[in-house]
Design a protein around this ligand. Sequence first.
Ligand code: HEC
Ligand code: HEC
Length: 368
Amino acid sequence: MMPARGLWGVLALLLVAAPGCGAEDPCDGPTRCPVEAPLPLAKLSDYDFFVGPLADLAPKDGVVPYQVAAPLWSDQAGKHRFIVLPEGGKVGFQAEGDWEFPEGTILIKNFFFDHDRRDAAVGARIIETRLMLRTADNWRVFIYVWNDEQTEATPLRTGKRVTVEFIDVDGAKKSEEYIVPNEDQCASCHERDDVEHSLGLITPQMNRMVERDGAQVQQLEWLAGQGLFASPPPAAASLPAFVDPFGTAGTLDERARHYLHGNCAHCHQPGGGAGKSGLVFLASETDLAKVGVCKVPAAAGPGTGGHPHDIVPGKPDESIVLFRMNSLDPEIKMPELPNRVIDKAGVELIRQWIAAMPIDTECVSDAP
Ligand code: HEC
Ligand code: HEC
């Protein structure tokens, strides 16, 4: 005979599972309910992006995760990124230039710090979630800052300083001040020619392998399989791809150029915030004089460290590029914005790259 409690358990389950009983909220499940109200919504959870505890960031149907090959350094914050298309919306794939997103698309980037940098499994503190909303002809930006309990995030326009505590790779307890930018600062990197741009959603950044369900898959093919694109992209092998700047694939030159694209090109390109400097860090730039080789900087002053050229082949310590990357002085440091921690691995990569450049011509200073 079945024990009474077991029978009641089964009956209770049947009742809960029975359709039409009205108790179930369809948005409680793995299916996302569309957002109807004007943005920004009052709480991150109101967007219905995630299933289960919010801090797990477990995406619902239609919230598509992705990774870039050469990510932006943000004081060693870890990041999760997602694309959310409006109902029936598709992405217009572009081999070169920005992918095209339908009105109503939301891009999500989430910033967290691991509690223990020796072991990610210990967990992380989530600090902020940034959103970009596609309008007819531009992107709108929003920032949500997480509470200490890690149960909710709410909009904050004005920026914030957060003290982050963690155990470093050497086992030492450390704390760092992390700066959540204010909403006006988004434009300093995302705006070009007076319009906001998405920055990571370009083919070379997205054309990489990722892990899905325990297997390595080609990300563009995986995204196509998710029905993301209006028409499927050409074979990944025929498309441009960035390498991991700190990985083992690619040449030193590729790793350095792709690092500079991911960390500097949003400002350092025509129409960007540093367009007037004439220094261009797009990976596609083939004129090495524009990439800084023997280039005399547009402005003198503390930002040069007394060096006459942005890059002196073979001489990293005489190159302004390295001098500025290796500084936290607000008048000198590059990238310009809000970092508080130097990207040591990035500095080392650029040092090696400059050191390995063939010294066929001496830079001749034509500074006034
Ligand atoms: C220092 C430059 C910089 C600033 C400031 C900045 N971003 Fe970004 N952002 C980037 C770069 C570069 C990427 C692409 C690379 C990546 O995802 O790591 C990116 C990616 C994103 C993404 C993912 C979609 C995309 O464009 O690739 C979102 C969403 C985003 N940023 C929102 C914001 C918001 C909101 C702000 C203002 C609070 C902001 N960003 C400030 C440089 C910046
Ligand atoms: C948020 C925008 C922004 C980012 C990101 C940025 N820069 Fe700059 N950079 C500027 C601006 C604006 C100038 C011109 C004013 C100045 O020299 O300070 C400049 C100037 C420079 C110069 C002097 C160039 C010249 O020829 O006049 C160097 C070198 C430089 N940046 C290196 C870098 C490197 C390397 C990175 C990435 C690690 C980087 N920058 C990222 C905004 C940025």
